[in-house]
Design a protein around this ligand. Structure first.
Ligand code: UDP
Length: 198
């Protein structure tokens, strides 16, 4: 998916659009067309990690969208005189996507966090979104090459796959196995499951 609306910070091309614009003109059409996609929400720590870790840099630059999450990214963009118009918190984006999934009958796979956090988070989501379809879920403590996990995600055929393994693990896991999945919007969501579990 080619995307001209980006601003480069330390050689990482960040999306430079509002959250609503991103959703309306990019993500919702992707979901409707069932195109496979990969979103990274990047804060300054992720940018610094990418500077030191070439494999991680390659993983995140394979994303269709690198979203500016974290005020430091906005500050850096202003200093570089290529201002990013809006900070897009990954947590907000995830919540918008879940609300959208419920309304449009799109299914979600929730991969990551500790087992009790994962199930508590799903309980809370079902309370708030009674019509949301959870196609599958699994805690995040597994080996990078665990075939059971890859097959579980593959077989669930979810429209949205939220991966909460912390960085760099979540982006590395997504890019390592991406070619095996037929569909799904894959998004690394860091500590969001813990926040949602309360
Ligand atoms: N996590 C996981 N597997 C791991 C390491 C972390 O599922 O091997 C989960 C952890 O339980 C938490 C989330 O990843 O729910 C984010 O972890 P952390 O806060 O360390 O990462 P960051 O916020 O820095 O991305």
């Amino acid at each position: 998916i080619s995307n001209p609306y980006t601003t480069s910070i330390m050689d990482i091309n960040f999306l430079n659009k509002s959250k609503q614009d991103l959703l309306n003109h990019h993500i919702y059409p992707i979901l409707h067309n069932k195109v496979k996609s990969f979103i990274v929400t990047a804060n300054p720590e992720i940018v610094m990690r990418a500077r030191e870790d070439q494999a991680y840099k390659e993983a995140i630059t394979r994303a269709d969208y690198i979203i500016p999450d974290g005020a430091g990214i906005i500050v850096a963009s202003r200093l570089l005189k290529t201002p990013i118009i809006e900070r897009v918190p990954g947590f907000d984006l995830m919540n918008d996507l879940i609300a959208y999934a419920e309304i449009h009958s799109l299914s979600c796979y929730m991969l990551g966090a500790k087992e009790e956090v994962n199930s508590k988070m799903i309980g809370k989501l079902k309370e708030k979104h009674p019509n949301l379809t959870i196609a599958g879920n699994h805690h995040g403590y597994f080996d990078m090459d665990d075939r059971f996990i890859v097959n579980s995600v593959k077989n669930a055929q979810a429209d949205l796959v939220f991966v909460a393994l912390g960085f760099p693990r979540q982006e590395n896991w997504i890019t390592k196995h991406y070619h095996e999945f037929d569909k799904g919007l894959f998004m690394g969501v860091g500590g969001c499951f813990d926040v949602l579990a309360g």
